[in-house]
Design a protein around this ligand. Structure first.
Ligand code: SF4
Length: 317
Protein backbone atom coordinates (compact mmCIF):
# COMPACT_ATOMS: atom_id res chain seq x y z
CA UNK A 1 0.00 0.00 0.00
CA UNK A 2 2.48 2.52 0.95
CA UNK A 3 4.23 0.63 -1.68
CA UNK A 4 4.12 4.02 -3.21
CA UNK A 5 6.83 5.12 -0.83
CA UNK A 6 9.24 2.60 0.69
CA UNK A 7 12.40 3.24 2.63
CA UNK A 8 16.16 2.80 2.49
CA UNK A 9 16.51 0.50 5.50
CA UNK A 10 16.13 -2.87 3.92
CA UNK A 11 15.15 -5.45 6.49
CA UNK A 12 13.88 -7.76 3.83
CA UNK A 13 12.60 -10.96 5.25
CA UNK A 14 12.54 -13.75 2.70
CA UNK A 15 9.56 -15.97 3.18
CA UNK A 16 11.71 -18.82 4.41
CA UNK A 17 13.82 -16.86 6.88
CA UNK A 18 13.16 -14.97 10.09
CA UNK A 19 14.83 -11.60 10.72
CA UNK A 20 15.45 -11.00 14.42
CA UNK A 21 16.51 -8.08 16.53
CA UNK A 22 19.97 -9.61 16.71
CA UNK A 23 20.39 -9.71 12.95
CA UNK A 24 23.02 -7.21 11.84
CA UNK A 25 20.52 -5.69 9.47
CA UNK A 26 18.19 -4.97 12.34
CA UNK A 27 20.58 -4.37 15.21
CA UNK A 28 22.78 -1.92 13.30
CA UNK A 29 20.04 0.63 12.81
CA UNK A 30 21.02 3.61 14.90
CA UNK A 31 18.75 6.46 15.90
CA UNK A 32 20.23 8.78 13.33
CA UNK A 33 19.56 6.32 10.60
CA UNK A 34 16.04 5.76 11.81
CA UNK A 35 15.29 9.41 11.78
CA UNK A 36 16.40 10.14 8.25
CA UNK A 37 13.49 10.84 6.04
CA UNK A 38 14.41 8.40 3.35
CA UNK A 39 15.05 5.73 5.94
CA UNK A 40 11.32 5.61 6.40
CA UNK A 41 10.46 5.31 2.79
CA UNK A 42 12.73 3.36 0.57
CA UNK A 43 12.14 -0.35 0.84
CA UNK A 44 11.51 -1.97 -2.46
CA UNK A 45 10.18 -5.44 -1.95
CA UNK A 46 11.74 -8.44 -3.66
CA UNK A 47 9.57 -10.07 -6.25
CA UNK A 48 7.10 -12.30 -4.45
CA UNK A 49 7.15 -16.03 -4.19
CA UNK A 50 4.81 -17.09 -6.97
CA UNK A 51 4.36 -20.61 -5.69
CA UNK A 52 2.10 -21.82 -2.93
CA UNK A 53 4.96 -23.54 -1.16
CA UNK A 54 5.02 -23.55 2.64
CA UNK A 55 7.72 -22.03 4.82
CA UNK A 56 10.81 -24.18 4.98
CA UNK A 57 10.19 -27.01 7.41
CA UNK A 58 6.44 -26.52 7.43
CA UNK A 59 3.79 -28.66 5.85
CA UNK A 60 1.78 -27.29 2.93
CA UNK A 61 -1.25 -25.75 4.62
CA UNK A 62 -3.90 -27.16 2.29
CA UNK A 63 -4.06 -30.35 0.31
CA UNK A 64 -6.73 -29.26 -2.13
CA UNK A 65 -7.43 -25.99 -3.88
CA UNK A 66 -11.05 -26.08 -2.68
CA UNK A 67 -9.86 -26.22 0.96
CA UNK A 68 -7.58 -23.32 0.28
CA UNK A 69 -10.35 -21.21 -1.24
CA UNK A 70 -12.63 -21.97 1.68
CA UNK A 71 -9.89 -20.95 4.13
CA UNK A 72 -9.34 -17.70 2.23
CA UNK A 73 -13.05 -16.93 2.34
CA UNK A 74 -13.27 -17.66 6.05
CA UNK A 75 -10.20 -15.60 6.91
CA UNK A 76 -8.21 -18.64 8.06
CA UNK A 77 -5.62 -17.96 5.37
CA UNK A 78 -4.46 -15.12 3.15
CA UNK A 79 -2.36 -14.48 0.07
CA UNK A 80 0.82 -12.92 1.48
CA UNK A 81 3.55 -11.38 -0.67
CA UNK A 82 6.19 -11.13 2.08
CA UNK A 83 6.82 -9.78 5.55
CA UNK A 84 9.61 -7.89 7.22
CA UNK A 85 10.62 -6.57 10.61
CA UNK A 86 11.03 -2.79 10.45
CA UNK A 87 11.68 0.05 12.85
CA UNK A 88 10.28 3.58 12.68
CA UNK A 89 8.29 2.66 9.59
CA UNK A 90 4.64 1.80 9.03
CA UNK A 91 3.63 2.83 12.53
CA UNK A 92 5.26 3.26 15.94
CA UNK A 93 8.10 1.09 17.28
CA UNK A 94 9.44 -2.09 15.75
CA UNK A 95 6.83 -3.74 13.56
CA UNK A 96 6.18 -6.83 11.59
CA UNK A 97 4.88 -5.48 8.29
CA UNK A 98 2.86 -8.09 6.44
CA UNK A 99 2.52 -7.36 2.74
CA UNK A 100 -0.67 -8.82 1.33
CA UNK A 101 -0.93 -9.56 -2.37
CA UNK A 102 -3.31 -7.81 -4.71
CA UNK A 103 -4.50 -4.22 -5.10
CA UNK A 104 -7.39 -2.61 -6.97
CA UNK A 105 -5.41 0.59 -7.60
CA UNK A 106 -2.74 1.12 -10.24
CA UNK A 107 -0.69 3.98 -8.85
CA UNK A 108 1.76 5.29 -11.41
CA UNK A 109 4.32 5.81 -8.63
CA UNK A 110 3.90 2.41 -6.98
CA UNK A 111 7.35 1.12 -6.09
CA UNK A 112 6.20 -2.44 -5.44
CA UNK A 113 4.05 -3.15 -8.50
CA UNK A 114 4.38 -6.88 -7.90
CA UNK A 115 2.23 -6.47 -4.78
CA UNK A 116 -0.58 -5.23 -7.04
CA UNK A 117 -0.86 -8.72 -8.44
CA UNK A 118 -2.59 -11.39 -6.40
CA UNK A 119 -0.55 -14.23 -7.86
CA UNK A 120 2.75 -12.83 -6.53
CA UNK A 121 2.05 -14.33 -3.16
CA UNK A 122 2.01 -17.38 -0.96
CA UNK A 123 -0.85 -18.77 1.04
CA UNK A 124 -0.26 -18.18 4.75
CA UNK A 125 -2.51 -19.50 7.47
CA UNK A 126 -3.76 -17.77 10.58
CA UNK A 127 -1.59 -20.14 12.63
CA UNK A 128 1.55 -19.33 10.64
CA UNK A 129 1.05 -15.59 11.02
CA UNK A 130 0.11 -15.61 14.70
CA UNK A 131 3.02 -17.93 15.47
CA UNK A 132 5.37 -15.36 14.00
CA UNK A 133 3.68 -12.52 15.84
CA UNK A 134 3.96 -14.41 19.11
CA UNK A 135 7.69 -14.80 18.49
CA UNK A 136 8.14 -11.03 18.23
CA UNK A 137 5.90 -10.09 21.12
CA UNK A 138 8.73 -9.08 23.46
CA UNK A 139 10.25 -6.88 20.73
CA UNK A 140 6.90 -5.23 20.17
CA UNK A 141 6.47 -4.66 23.90
CA UNK A 142 9.97 -3.21 24.34
CA UNK A 143 9.69 -0.86 21.36
CA UNK A 144 6.02 0.08 21.48
CA UNK A 145 5.58 -1.65 18.13
CA UNK A 146 3.25 -4.24 16.70
CA UNK A 147 1.96 -5.55 13.41
CA UNK A 148 1.12 -3.56 10.27
CA UNK A 149 -1.13 -4.99 7.57
CA UNK A 150 0.01 -3.54 4.28
CA UNK A 151 0.40 -4.56 0.66
CA UNK A 152 -0.82 -4.33 -2.02
CA UNK A 153 -4.18 -3.58 -0.49
CA UNK A 154 -4.61 -5.44 2.77
CA UNK A 155 -8.36 -4.81 2.72
CA UNK A 156 -8.69 -7.22 -0.18
CA UNK A 157 -8.32 -9.87 2.55
CA UNK A 158 -10.54 -8.42 5.23
CA UNK A 159 -11.73 -11.67 6.87
CA UNK A 160 -8.13 -12.61 7.62
CA UNK A 161 -7.25 -9.12 8.85
CA UNK A 162 -10.30 -9.17 11.12
CA UNK A 163 -9.33 -12.53 12.62
CA UNK A 164 -5.71 -11.56 13.22
CA UNK A 165 -6.71 -8.15 14.61
CA UNK A 166 -9.10 -9.77 17.09
CA UNK A 167 -6.33 -12.17 18.15
CA UNK A 168 -3.86 -9.29 18.53
CA UNK A 169 -6.31 -7.40 20.69
CA UNK A 170 -6.52 -10.38 23.04
CA UNK A 171 -2.73 -10.60 23.10
CA UNK A 172 -2.17 -6.87 23.62
CA UNK A 173 -0.33 -6.46 20.29
CA UNK A 174 -0.67 -3.07 18.58
CA UNK A 175 -2.26 -3.24 15.12
CA UNK A 176 -2.03 -0.87 12.17
CA UNK A 177 -3.68 -1.05 8.75
CA UNK A 178 -1.93 0.64 5.83
CA UNK A 179 -4.49 1.32 3.10
CA UNK A 180 -5.76 3.61 0.37
CA UNK A 181 -9.23 3.26 1.88
CA UNK A 182 -10.63 2.35 -1.51
CA UNK A 183 -12.25 -0.83 -0.16
CA UNK A 184 -13.18 0.74 3.17
CA UNK A 185 -16.90 0.27 2.66
CA UNK A 186 -16.35 -3.48 3.04
CA UNK A 187 -14.77 -3.18 6.49
CA UNK A 188 -17.03 -3.61 9.50
CA UNK A 189 -17.16 -1.02 12.24
CA UNK A 190 -16.05 -3.66 14.76
CA UNK A 191 -12.77 -4.16 12.90
CA UNK A 192 -12.15 -0.44 12.48
CA UNK A 193 -12.80 0.17 16.15
CA UNK A 194 -10.43 -2.69 17.09
CA UNK A 195 -7.53 -1.34 15.00
CA UNK A 196 -5.11 0.84 16.93
CA UNK A 197 -4.06 2.88 13.90
CA UNK A 198 -4.86 3.35 10.21
CA UNK A 199 -2.17 4.63 7.85
CA UNK A 200 -4.41 6.24 5.27
CA UNK A 201 -2.88 7.10 1.92
CA UNK A 202 -4.50 10.12 0.30
CA UNK A 203 -2.93 10.03 -3.11
CA UNK A 204 -4.51 13.23 -4.35
CA UNK A 205 -7.05 15.78 -3.16
CA UNK A 206 -8.35 16.51 -6.60
CA UNK A 207 -10.67 13.91 -8.14
CA UNK A 208 -9.23 14.19 -11.64
CA UNK A 209 -5.64 13.90 -10.40
CA UNK A 210 -6.59 10.99 -8.20
CA UNK A 211 -7.96 9.11 -11.18
CA UNK A 212 -4.93 10.00 -13.28
CA UNK A 213 -2.47 8.62 -10.72
CA UNK A 214 -4.46 5.62 -9.43
CA UNK A 215 -7.03 4.75 -12.15
CA UNK A 216 -9.70 4.86 -9.40
CA UNK A 217 -11.95 7.32 -7.58
CA UNK A 218 -11.14 9.47 -4.57
CA UNK A 219 -14.58 9.36 -2.92
CA UNK A 220 -14.17 5.96 -1.18
CA UNK A 221 -11.03 7.20 0.58
CA UNK A 222 -12.83 10.26 1.92
CA UNK A 223 -15.81 8.18 3.02
CA UNK A 224 -13.49 5.75 4.79
CA UNK A 225 -11.65 8.54 6.60
CA UNK A 226 -15.00 10.00 7.67
CA UNK A 227 -15.95 6.66 9.21
CA UNK A 228 -12.65 6.40 11.06
CA UNK A 229 -13.12 9.92 12.33
CA UNK A 230 -16.63 9.10 13.57
CA UNK A 231 -15.39 5.89 15.22
CA UNK A 232 -12.43 7.62 16.84
CA UNK A 233 -9.82 5.39 15.15
CA UNK A 234 -6.42 7.09 14.95
CA UNK A 235 -5.08 8.00 11.51
CA UNK A 236 -1.69 8.82 10.08
CA UNK A 237 -2.31 10.44 6.69
CA UNK A 238 0.27 9.75 4.00
CA UNK A 239 0.70 11.73 0.81
CA UNK A 240 3.27 11.04 -1.89
CA UNK A 241 4.68 14.17 -3.50
CA UNK A 242 5.34 13.44 -7.17
CA UNK A 243 6.60 16.31 -9.34
CA UNK A 244 4.30 16.89 -12.29
CA UNK A 245 1.66 14.52 -10.93
CA UNK A 246 0.55 15.37 -7.39
CA UNK A 247 2.50 18.52 -6.55
CA UNK A 248 0.18 21.21 -7.93
CA UNK A 249 -0.38 23.74 -5.10
CA UNK A 250 -4.15 23.42 -5.34
CA UNK A 251 -3.90 19.64 -5.12
CA UNK A 252 -1.77 19.81 -1.98
CA UNK A 253 -4.25 22.30 -0.49
CA UNK A 254 -7.09 19.87 -1.14
CA UNK A 255 -5.26 16.96 0.45
CA UNK A 256 -4.63 19.18 3.48
CA UNK A 257 -8.33 20.09 3.61
CA UNK A 258 -9.25 16.41 3.51
CA UNK A 259 -6.81 15.57 6.31
CA UNK A 260 -8.12 18.50 8.34
CA UNK A 261 -11.69 17.18 8.23
CA UNK A 262 -10.44 14.22 10.27
CA UNK A 263 -8.44 16.38 12.67
CA UNK A 264 -10.04 14.76 15.73
CA UNK A 265 -8.15 11.54 14.92
CA UNK A 266 -5.23 12.52 12.66
CA UNK A 267 -2.09 12.20 14.75
CA UNK A 268 0.32 13.08 11.97
CA UNK A 269 0.71 13.62 8.24
CA UNK A 270 3.64 12.15 6.37
CA UNK A 271 4.60 13.86 3.13
CA UNK A 272 6.63 11.27 1.28
CA UNK A 273 8.94 12.41 -1.51
CA UNK A 274 8.68 10.31 -4.66
CA UNK A 275 11.74 8.21 -5.51
CA UNK A 276 12.83 5.96 -8.34
CA UNK A 277 13.84 2.90 -6.33
CA UNK A 278 11.06 0.71 -7.65
CA UNK A 279 11.51 1.36 -11.36
CA UNK A 280 13.20 -1.95 -12.21
CA UNK A 281 10.25 -3.91 -10.90
CA UNK A 282 7.89 -2.46 -13.46
CA UNK A 283 9.77 -4.18 -16.24
CA UNK A 284 10.12 -7.35 -14.16
CA UNK A 285 6.34 -7.60 -13.93
CA UNK A 286 6.02 -6.47 -17.56
CA UNK A 287 4.03 -3.34 -16.82
CA UNK A 288 4.52 0.08 -18.32
CA UNK A 289 6.34 2.52 -16.04
CA UNK A 290 5.35 6.09 -16.83
CA UNK A 291 7.57 7.99 -14.40
CA UNK A 292 10.98 7.11 -15.80
CA UNK A 293 11.86 10.78 -16.34
CA UNK A 294 10.47 12.14 -13.09
CA UNK A 295 12.97 13.50 -10.57
CA UNK A 296 12.32 13.35 -6.82
CA UNK A 297 11.00 16.62 -5.37
CA UNK A 298 13.53 18.98 -3.85
CA UNK A 299 13.81 19.08 -0.05
CA UNK A 300 12.46 22.64 -0.23
CA UNK A 301 9.37 21.53 -2.16
CA UNK A 302 8.77 18.71 0.32
CA UNK A 303 9.08 21.10 3.25
CA UNK A 304 6.74 23.58 1.55
CA UNK A 305 4.14 20.83 1.15
CA UNK A 306 4.46 19.99 4.84
CA UNK A 307 3.86 23.63 5.70
CA UNK A 308 0.52 23.47 3.91
CA UNK A 309 -0.58 20.72 6.31
CA UNK A 310 0.84 22.60 9.29
CA UNK A 311 -1.21 25.62 8.28
CA UNK A 312 -4.27 23.44 9.03
CA UNK A 313 -2.98 22.76 12.54
CA UNK A 314 -1.74 19.25 11.66
CA UNK A 315 1.59 17.70 12.64
CA UNK A 316 3.44 17.08 9.37
CA UNK A 317 6.69 15.24 8.74
S1 SF4 B 1 -0.93 0.44 -6.62
FE1 SF4 B 1 -1.69 -0.37 -4.69
S2 SF4 B 1 0.16 -1.15 -3.69
FE2 SF4 B 1 0.86 0.24 -5.27
S3 SF4 B 1 1.00 2.25 -4.26
FE3 SF4 B 1 -1.04 2.13 -5.16
S4 SF4 B 1 -2.32 1.44 -3.49
FE4 SF4 B 1 -0.20 0.94 -2.91
Amino acid sequence: MTSSTGRSIKAEEPLDREATATDPAVASRGDGERKTETAKRQVVKPLGDVTLLPLRGELAPFGARSDELEALRAGRAAQVHSWELVTAVDGPGTRLSIFFSGCPLRCVFCHNPDTMLAHYGTIRTFEQVTKRLRRYRSIFAASGGGVTFTGGEAMQQLPFIANVTAWCKEQGIHTALDTSGYLGAHARDELLADLDLVLLDVKSGDEETYRRVTSRELAPTIAFGDRLSALGTKIWVRFVLVPGWTDAPENIERVADIAARWSNVVERVEVLPFHQMGREKWSQVRMEYRLGDVEPPTPEATQAAREVFRSRGLQAY
